[in-house]
Ligand binder design. Structure first.
Ligand SMILES: [Zn+2]
Length: 384
């Protein structure tokens, strides 16, 4: 099935132009074989091609060829079949949820209003129920993201770039593609991307015997991007806009820009940033949305793929991906608070150049720019 994934990528490339076979795919295939069985970890064309094929295999047979996902077992091929079994409960009381909290996944509960495909944040739930940063609901999943105890299973593992391992980069591309398309909250016959969680292990079997899993475990809910399967064409279209070879600057940029498209989920800058940040090295397990946003601005690659945030990150709220109210800022990307200026920049000053009709934005400064003067911690025009 992995090999058929290569065929699918060829077909998608062909749809964008026949020369993509002679140029882009030939380049990727040559990179894969020119160093024998051990391609260089920096062979982007080769690992993007293999990562796509493993993502495809995950979708169709629930297994991968190049890397060993968490909670997977070896089978013929060789294919490593995912067979996770994260505790999944759908009954509120059985999961220890209270009141109107209806769904959970063993680690968190959230309000019934968070069902369907909406995402909610509740500060009270956060403090009373969750150890992590947020509560995320997606109909079947309800859990506390950022909880370090939360296991990531199979393709939901968040692989990051490697300078030493080709296969680790295959894993990164495959798991990033998986994160972009998973979380559709459908199981069984629905014709939508799945969570690559088709199998579960027959209890006690050794070597592992697998059976169809009626419960999902392949979407941790740690990001909220759900690109429709029909938008795979758009990934290649956007790839075509950004280069002629399979490279991160063209292919992963194409994936990023597809997630933002109105017809592909219209995901916000914030949602897309959080997904990309998960696949970068050095992300704290309990990273706040604000930390993710700052990483997306400072990371040269992500900022090239994603573009600038809708407003400066110190005013950007994760839930709405819009700015805090006028004159307020946020430390965590979750809650806003008034801007408080402390030494060494103790004075609050109205930012110049704010367009008419827009809420005022304030900055903290060390000294008031003349002719303004400090009056009670604020830089004001002191008219005697
Ligand atoms: Zn392959």
């Amino acid at each position: 099935m992995h090999e058929f994934g290569h065929f699918v990528l060829c077909g998608l490339l062909y749809d964008e132009g026949v020369t993509n076979i002679t140029v882009a795919y030939t380049d990727a295939a040559f990179q894969r074989i020119k160093d024998g069985d051990k391609p260089s970890p920096s062979s982007q064309g080769a690992y993007i091609n293999e990562g796509f094929a493993d993502f495809f295999a995950g979708q169709v047979v629930g297994g991968t060829n190049y890397f060993v996902p968490n909670n997977s077992d070896f089978g013929l091929g060789p294919v490593f079949y995912c067979n996770g079994a994260r505790s999944t409960c759908t009954n509120g009381a059985a999961c220890g949820c209270i009141g109107t909290q209806a769904t959970c996944q063993g680690v968190g509960c959230c309000a019934a209003s968070g069902s369907g495909t909406s995402q909610t944040y509740s500060a009270s739930l956060n403090t009373t129920t969750c150890m992590g940063q947020r509560v995320v609901c997606s109909g079947v999943n309800c859990l506390c993201t950022g909880d370090p105890a939360l296991p990531s299973e199979c393709l939901d593992q968040n692989s990051v770039p490697s300078t030493t391992s080709f296969n680790a980069n295959v894993a990164r591309v495959a798991t990033l593609l998986h994160d972009a398309f998973d979380g559709q909250a459908q199981r069984g016959i629905a014709d939508v991307p799945n969570d690559a969680d088709l199998w579960t292990r027959v209890p006690g079997s050794s070597p592992a015997q697998l059976k169809f899993s009626s419960l999902g475990y392949g979407n941790l809910g740690d990001e909220d991007v759900r690109v429709p399967g029909s938008c795979m064409n758009d990934v290649l279209e956007k790839w075509d806009d950004n280069g002629n070879l399979l490279r991160e600057s063209s292919f992963l940029k194409g994936l990023t820009q597809t997630a933002l498209l109105p017809g592909c989920g219209a995901h916000s800058w914030c949602q897309t940033c959080e997904m990309l940040s998960l696949h970068r090295a050095g992300r704290p397990v309990n990273a706040t949305p604000r930390q993710d946003f700052d990483r997306c601005v400072q990371d040269d690659q992500i900022s090239d793929w994603l573009g600038p945030p809708p407003v400066e990150t110190r005013r950007l709220l994760s839930a709405s991906c819009q700015a805090c109210p006028a004159s307020e800022v946020t430390d965590d990307g979750i809650k806003c608070h008034p801007l408080v200026c402390v030494p060494p920049t103790p004075f609050r000053v109205l930012r110049g150049g704010t367009p008419l009709g827009q809420p005022p934005i304030y900055d903290c400064v060390a000294t008031c720019p003349p002719p303004l003067q400090p009056v009670g911690g604020e830089c004001l025009l002191d008219i005697p």
